[in-house]
Design a protein around this ligand. Structure first.
Ligand code: MRU
Length: 369
């Protein structure tokens, strides 16, 4: 999508070798467009942990590149150890998003077909490149299917369609287009008049910092709201549909997503507002059935709660918003049970939020568990 009219992806290879991977450092958006080049495993793990890049699909693709960069100078003696060490560090870096695990497993499968080290390395790079291009295609498909929902609301309502979204599940959370925001971009292209309610999404403010930035640069009308406003807007009939992303969805259809998603789903349920999750198959964990006991919920530093970053007199500044001694608790994700979800928008179409619904679109996973 565009920044100042120029097309960007979140990450790209700097040359054909590639000698590094360029990323947009999202910590400085919307105030500064900073590009950083990653060259070794330490830099990749730092970028994921510290959220220079974030969003489940994006960190999934990035972790495949990280594996390639981790082993690119290795030989027969140390290849396996380096690969195993990198896989562990990456899996631990953001535990909730299943995309890392799914990418790492695909990389493991790719190298297992070769015994020659150079071929193993080439297969890793090819896998990372394939994941990157697949992610773009998946997001486009989600956009196409999801835009039909928005078009239907427009035809029925004959007025601007109000969409509420939480966190950032736009192009900045993927390679391009996004998941929850992709239907918005595609509906805009089909002439559907739209207005987006953007949850600020405390504590990291991905909505305030990133979703607004994306929408502004794509000229999509939007309004920033604090996380607690959605319920009132729904009671007032000012929300036609909620679309969010996901970091891990179980085969039963329960969804782990950014903290606060569950409360939006409850309000939507109570007010009869359709609540959809944009779900690329890379975010499905087919191996688990019980979200509450089986999805590890990331607990992040309490600094994210106690301090807020912003721009003051042209400088980026961090300010303390509570007594320094006060304890805080920073769960990064929550679980929305499938019963509160109207449907999933996937790259293969829209389905009910249930095991049957998911398997109707992905029958090849009937036996995986
Ligand atoms: O902590 P983040 O910013 O990585 O969390 C991102 C979200 O929760 C998104 O909603 C989710 O990854 C889906 S992104 C397509």
């Amino acid at each position: 999508m565009r920044i100042n009219g120029i097309h960007y992806q979140t990450i790209w290879e700097t040359d054909e070798k590639p000698s590094s991977l360029a990323i947009i450092d999202q910590r400085f958006l919307p105030h500064k467009l900073k590009i950083v080049e990653l060259k070794d495993l330490t830099e990749f793990v730092f970028a994921i942990k510290e959220m220079l890049v974030r969003g489940a699909p994006l960190i999934g693709v990035l972790s495949a590149y990280a594996l390639y960069f981790a082993v690119r100078y290795s030989d027969k003696v140390d290849f396996d150890a380096k690969f195993a060490n990198a896989s562990k560090l990456l899996l631990d870096s953001r535990p909730t998003a299943v995309n890392l695990k799914n990418s790492i497993e695909l990389c493991q499968k790719a190298i297992s077909s070769y015994s020659n080290i150079d071929e193993k390395k080439s297969s890793l790079l090819a896998t990372a490149r394939k994941l990157l291009s697949d992610d773009i295609e998946i997001c486009k498909k989600i956009g196409e299917y999801g835009s039909k929902l928005l078009e239907e609301i427009y035809v029925r309502k004959r007025g601007t369609v109000n969409v509420l979204t939480h966190c950032n599940a736009g192009w900045l959370a993927t390679i391009d287009y996004g998941t929850a925001l992709s239907p918005i971009y595609f509906a805009r292209d089909r002439g559907v008049p739209l207005h987006i309610w953007v949850d600020e999404t405390r504590p990291r403010l991905q909505g305030a910092n990133l979703t607004t930035f994306e929408l502004l640069h794509e000229y999509i009308p939007h309004t920033l709201i604090v996380d607690n406003t959605g319920g009132l807007l729904m009671q007032k009939g000012l929300v036609d549909i909620v679309i969010v992303g996901t970091d891990r969805t179980t085969r039963k259809g329960d969804v782990a997503n950014k903290i606060g998603t569950y409360l939006k789903a409850l309000s939507a349920f109570d007010n009869g507002v359709p609540f959809y999750v944009a779900l690329p198959s890379s975010s499905i964990d087919w191996t688990i059935t019980d979200a509450f006991s089986q999805i590890p919920i990331e607990v992040r530093s309490d600094d994210e709660i106690k301090f807020v970053w912003g721009k003051y007199q042209n400088e980026l500044t961090k300010v303390l918003i509570c007594p320094e001694e006060t304890k805080s608790l920073n769960y990064a994700f929550d679980i929305t049970p499938a019963r509160l979800i109207t449907g999933f928008i996937t790259e293969r179409g829209i389905c009910p939020a249930s095991e049957e619904g998911l398997l109707s679109l992905f029958p090849e996973f009937k036996t995986t568990q």
